[in-house]
Design a protein around this ligand. Structure first.
Ligand code: SF4
Length: 188
């Protein structure tokens, strides 16, 4: 029996490994892109377009949530100067995964996963803990994965180059854009 899973897609490059891998495990994937944490709007547009391109290449579907950056700024007010991986990121990741859980529940998916754990800049234990909490609050099963394991991040970089996907050089929010200048792709 096919198991329907919602996959939180933080960005196209990071989804190039998890999406096919979960399909290979027998999940029927419904992608979901939450982008309120992506600034400025032109950057959100570039990432949303890349997600559409990936979904098309995989012959899959990915919902692009309406862009509501103001709600994200209200959520993270007071946490502007936190370093990456601190309190602002915890709030941001929870907002991303809770929106994804709501999308899953609305679309009849009993399982939920995220592409976020492919990034070498993120703490997969924290992400999986938040994901588990968001999923269980709506009666969903969290698919606990650390996608960067076993060369996952390198593979995602190679695949996104092959597919000519847009690759960003900062996590997503305006605060991370100010800090990061190195050309390593990692999504929010
Ligand atoms: S650095 Fe990334 S995870 Fe952290 S708040 Fe900004 S967009 Fe969200």
């Amino acid at each position: 029996m096919t198991r329907r899973a919602a996959l939180h897609v933080c960005c196209a490059p990071d989804a190039t490994v998890p999406w096919p891998a979960l399909r290979d495990e027998g999940y029927d994937i419904a992608g979901f892109f939450y982008g309120n944490n992506i600034h400025p709007a032109a950057e959100w547009l570039a990432r949303a377009e890349a997600v559409r391109k990936l979904a098309g290449a995989l012959d899959g579907e990915c919902e692009i949530a309406p862009y509501q950056a103001d709600a994200w700024f209200a959520l993270t007010r007071g946490y502007e100067s936190e370093p990456e991986g601190g309190g602002r990121c915890a709030k941001c990741v929870r907002a991303q995964l809770m929106a994804s859980a709501e999308f899953a529940a609305k679309h009849g998916a009993g399982f939920l996963c995220t592409t976020l754990t492919i990034s070498p800049h993120k703490n997969p234990a924290v992400i999986n803990e938040i994901g588990e909490s968001c999923a269980s609050s709506l009666g969903l099963v969290w698919i606990n994965r650390v996608w960067r394991k076993g060369g996952g991040f390198k593979l995602s970089a190679a695949r996104s180059r092959e597919m000519n996907l847009y690759r960003q050089n900062y996590c997503g929010c305006v605060y991370s854009a100010r800090r990061e200048k190195e050309p390593a792709s990692h999504g929010a």
